[in-house]
Design a protein around this ligand. Structure first.
Ligand code: GLN
Length: 257
């Protein structure tokens, strides 16, 4: 009888030990969780910006990359960098991906891989409200224009004949320059201009309805990492299929047309 109890106790002990071992290996997996190093320029609301907590990053891109990381089983680590430093950082291997309202274009494709497009954007103009002479892009010839350095806005502004282009560090700086009357107009991504009008409550400016370009945003990945590109695309596809992407879109931009 006592031998039987002993055997039962042994069995129970072994079961407990197996559970502990199991827990141990789970813990190890959690500790050794893969980290996705994300680069962004967190001065581009509503896509990426710093909220009241300076260490927290908010915006559509931030929510999307966290959801993608979760889907892939990676812990997401956000690094806030200068926009024109993002691709060099990716090339140097300091970050794994860039999500920063970054337009997919040929010039960048020489240096990085892109995920499938995740947002359709375009460039718009902002001018002082009392300016009636600038009605569209063709009226920007010979004007002073502020843009963010290293962006598609900067590329387009430089094509306008006779324009004096001021390249500033962030979209926020372009708005300050316009308010200070240092420029006649700014060119930025449309959703960023639109958001400024709503959030800043600056009543002295307006955006023009004309869109200069149609641009797609993509997540940039190191040129050699096709495996990661595949994982990001698979996660993005899943989020589009399961409704999670639409939820985030609605949270930041309202219902999809
Ligand atoms: N979409 C623009 C570009 O890729 C601007 C991006 C940004 O300023 N974050 O150049």
């Amino acid at each position: 009888m006592s031998k039987k109890i002993l055997v039962l106790c042994m069995a129970a002990l072994m079961a407990v030990m197996a559970m502990v071992a199991g827990c141990g290996s789970d813990k190890k997996a959690a500790d050794g969780e893969k980290v996705l190093k994300v680069g962004t320029n967190a001065d581009f609301a509503p896509f990426e910006f710093q909220g009241t907590d300076p260490n927290a990053y908010d915006g559509f891109d931030m929510d999307l990359i966290r959801a993608i990381g979760k889907e892939m089983g990676y812990k997401v680590e956000i690094n806030n960098l200068a926009f024109d430093g993002l691709i060099p950082s990716l090339e140097a291997g300091n970050i794994d991906v860039i999500i920063s309202g970054m337009t997919i274009n040929e010039e960048r494709k020489q240096k990085v891989l892109f995920s499938d497009p995740y947002y359709q954007s375009g460039l718009s103009i902002m001018v002082p409200k009392d300016n009636d002479s600038i009605k569209g892009f063709s009226d920007l010839k010979g004007k002073k224009i502020a843009v963010q350095i290293g962006t598609t806005s900067a590329n387009e502004a430089k094509k306008i004949s006779g324009a004096e282009v001021k390249e500033l560090n962030s979209s926020a700086d372009t708005f300050i320059e316009l308010a200070a009357k240092g420029v006649d107009a700014v060119i930025n991504d449309r959703p960023v201009n639109d958001r400024y009008i709503v959030e800043s409550k600056n009543d002295n400016v307006k955006t023009l309805p004309e869109l200069l370009t149609a641009e797609d945003y993509g997540i940039a990945i190191n040129k050699n990492n096709t495996e990661l590109q595949g994982k990001v695309n698979a996660a993005l596809k899943k989020l589009k299929e399961n409704g999670e992407y639409d939820k985030l879109y609605e949270k930041w931009f309202g219902a999809k047309k």
